[in-house]
Design a protein around this ligand. Structure first.
Ligand code: GLY
Length: 387
């Protein structure tokens, strides 16, 4: 991509060119702002590069996430329009696939736990369907005969996250945005108790609004006052990609088991993901991690034994203290955040971009995003001493 000239000032400066930073920048640029995004590596080099790209509000639902679900569903609803817009603006495909997800169980104990998951989905009003093992294998003939039940989640789709990054970057630049890659944000500039800009390796960009969208690195930006530091940490995930035979995919849609998920892509790759590890920023690829992925995949889909390994990688999900995103204003005027997306960064990109654009341009976030500000982590006020 054409290297942009460094801007000494912008209406909004964004730290981080992952899917969320790019989508926010694109929405702001579309609405007429001068926007600069500063990325210390290549666009999407962080969690976005590692992501499988699933838009799986139903398959991923967990007990205790009742507050998060409306945000996930709202973003899932926005996704088809978002896809159309980003593909039209960039002239690039993002490999959106609407094949749905099968969550499968092998053996009686897993069926019991799957039934619990299905009951939860039904209580939450999600459009999912219980299938016997025979029907699951009819839909996906490569599944092992021991697959004895499944949940079909037809509304859970997927994209190719790396294609999405490339398309968003192109759409952002086409809308007039300034993308600075290999340009790390070294410090947040403040003046008079509010944000004044970003100091980078290439110079200072003055901006009255700074959007911090640096994923798992969002807590580490020097210059953040203590009250604006976010409770975000890296949650490591190792994944790998296998290569399916041309014209004869081993799997036609995403499959989840208790151990792994498998996501076939239209370029013939079959992504197997992902470990969930509290290892800080340790980026080693481990025998145990890769073994767990291959063993879990083979348990459901024996045909993977024949497939070549294409790539193995790891990434760092940005996870907050309650595993929900942190969106919107902070204790520092002018500093806006969009991080903490945990396992749902790709799914939540459209709603995140819309919410942050609404905040910057109209002064408030609307809809379910408004419940996910950093204010929920503020210490409770001390009780008044009894009189
Ligand atoms: N959304 C899948 C993952 O985080 O591994």
């Amino acid at each position: 991509m054409h290297e942009a000239a460094f801007p000494s000032a912008a209406d909004a400066a964004i730290v981080g060119a992952g899917v969320c930073g790019l989508a926010i920048g694109w929405r702001l640029a579309q609405r007429g702002l001068k926007v600069a995004i500063f990325e210390r590596e290549r666009a999407g080099a962080g969690a976005s590069h590692a992501a499988t790209g699933m838009l799986a509000a139903a398959a991923e639902v967990e007990p205790g996430e009742d507050d998060l679900l409306p945000l996930l569903l709202e973003s899932q609803r926005l996704w088809p329009t978002f896809r159309d817009e980003v593909e039209a603006a960039s002239g690039r495909s993002i490999d959106y696939r609407a094949d749905g997800v099968l969550v499968v169980a092998l053996g009686r104990e897993e069926v019991e736990r799957l039934r619990f998951r299905f009951d939860l989905q039904q209580r939450l009003g999600l459009a999912t369907e219980w299938l016997g093992g025979g029907e699951a294998r009819r839909r996906e003939p490569g599944l092992r005969p021991a697959v004895s039940a499944a949940i079909s989640c037809p509304g859970d789709h997927q994209v190719e996250a790396r294609l999405l990054v490339a398309a968003l970057a192109k759409a952002f630049v086409a809308a007039g945005g300034i993308l600075l890659e290999n340009c790390s944000a070294e410090r947040l500039e403040t003046a008079g108790g509010r944000v004044a800009g970003v100091v980078t390796g290439q110079g200072t960009c003055r901006a009255a609004t700074v959007v911090l969208a640096a994923g798992a690195w969002s807590a580490a930006l020097p210059g953040l006052p203590a009250e604006a530091v976010l409770p975000v940490r890296p949650l490591k995930g190792q994944s790998l990609a296998l290569r399916m035979p041309v014209g004869a995919p081993t799997l036609g849609r995403m499959v989840w088991t208790e151990q792994v998920y498998l996501a076939p892509k239209s370029d013939g790759r079959l992504i197997v993901g992902a470990t969930v590890e509290e290892k800080g920023f340790d980026d080693s690829l481990t025998a145990g991690g890769v073994y767990a992925l291959l063993d879990g995949a083979r348990r459901a889909l024996p045909g993977i034994e024949e497939l070549a390994i294409d790539e193995i990688w790891c990434g760092f999900r940005p996870s907050s203290r309650d595993d929900a995103p942190i969106l919107g204003e902070t204790a520092l005027p002018g500093l806006v955040v969009a991080t903490g997306h945990h396992r749902n960064g790709i799914l939540l990109a459209p709603v995140t971009a819309q919410a942050i654009a609404d905040l910057v341009l109209d002064g408030a976030m609307r809809g379910p995003a408004a419940h996910f500000t950093a204010a929920r982590f503020a210490p409770a006020p001390r009780a008044e001493a009894a009189e």
